[in-house]
Design a protein around this ligand. Structure first.
Ligand SMILES: [Zn+2]
Ligand SMILES: [Zn+2]
Ligand SMILES: [Zn+2]
Ligand SMILES: [Zn+2]
Length: 213
């Protein structure tokens, strides 16, 4: 049986204010996961590193584009050399890849698995950690003395700064992220119309209180 309510705002789908979004990624007759257009637009406006109505599916992280009339499609994937990491990647705004944009917004402190020392890394290394306590599966250069590519994990004090919408599945933060969205939706619903107009300009790094470097 298809989902009868939105996984984010928890409202029952209808054809006025909680219209189910037709997801090109997670839409199946049998899918128990559904999200409404309003919530998906919220994701594309506020929980995204991209401009232009593009954001990620809260379930599978597929990049989605929502047109002004509510049609959801897979976002275009223009590839090229990232300005920051110089790797061949899908390029988002400013010629940078998703990892470089997110990494500079959330440059957290990590612990080296070899020397145990700490280092600030402008790359989302948490993505390679199966769980918050484990060292990642991908390496980064340790400048503390190892002088080699080592494995890393987010230090405990910074775990709360890992964006819930980007944490790996094993971190079990999906519920927290849906919860954040739900609160945001409720906050917008309480706004006066003129406040809502300005709401469109709020970006993720401001909400999270992070410094963009
Ligand atoms: Zn919803
Ligand atoms: Zn999906
Ligand atoms: Zn990059
Ligand atoms: Zn080291």
């Amino acid at each position: 049986m298809a989902a009868s309510d939105c996984a984010v705002c928890l409202e029952t789908f209808n054809d006025t204010d909680c219209v189910p979004a037709r997801l090109p990624c997670c839409q199946r007759e049998t899918s128990t996961f559904g999200v409404c257009l309003g919530c998906l637009e919220e994701i594309c406006n506020h929980y995204t590193v991209e401009a232009g109505r593009v954001g990620k599916c809260p379930r599978c992280r597929e990049r989605l584009y929502v047109s002004a009339d509510g049609v959801v499609s897979k976002a275009p994937q223009p590839r090229g050399k990232c300005r920051m990491c110089c790797q061949e990647r899908v390029l988002l705004d400013g010629g940078k890849c998703d990892a470089c944009i997110l990494g500079s917004q959330f440059a957290l402190t990590y612990e080296c698995d070899r020397c145990g020392r700490h280092q600030r890394i402008p790359h989302p290394m948490w993505r390679y950690q199966t769980t918050p306590g484990e060292f990642g599966t991908s390496t980064w250069a340790c400048h503390n003395g190892c002088d080699d590519y080592t494995r890393w994990r987010v230090i405990e004090a910074d775990l709360g700064r890992v964006p819930a919408h980007d944490a790996p599945e094993g971190w079990q933060m999906l519920d927290r992220w849906l919860e954040q969205l739900r609160e945001e939706r409720a906050r917008v619903a309480r706004m006066r119309p003129e406040e809502r107009r300005d709401h469109g300009a709020v970006f993720i790094h401001r909400r999270q209180g992070c410094v963009v470097s």
